[in-house]
Each structure stands twice: as C-alpha cells, then as structure tokens.
Ligand binder design. Sequence first.
Ligand SMILES: [Zn+2]
Length: 82
Amino acid sequence: MIPESLEFCWGIVSEGTPLEGSRLVVDVLPVVVHCAPCGQDATLDGMQSFRCPRCGELCAEIRQGRELEIDSIEIDDGEVKP
Ligand SMILES: [Zn+2]
C-alpha cells in the first residue's frame, strides 16, 4: 500500500536531518468523479474502474483524489507547557 511505503521511506530520508524522529501521516482521500449522464459526482470504490457506480458510464472528470497537499505541520518546541 502506498501510504505505508511513504511513511516507511519518510523515516529513511529524514534520518540525519532536523526532521529525524518526525512522523509522516498520510490521509488517503477517495476518488470522486463527475458523471455527466447522471449529472452528479460519485465516489469510486477503488482505482480499478473509472465507471459511475450508478449508471456504469466511464467518467474522466476527476473532482477529488489527485491532490497531494500538506494539510498541517505540528512542531513540538520541547517546552513544557504549564
Ligand atoms: Zn452515472
């Protein structure tokens, strides 16, 4: 699975850098396509088939699932909060 591979590799590439010991958390979003015949967006079960789950039509218009974004970065400054 790709998220597990990324998280594993993060440990290797961050070794010896200021990010050593940090944790990469990957959140996988489902692929959402737009089906023109249905006039609606549909969530796909997987990447094996880009067919609308309602009508079976092929859907090429991806509405979600291509993005690769950094959602947040948390930094612990080491200070103990009262
Ligand atoms: Zn459809």
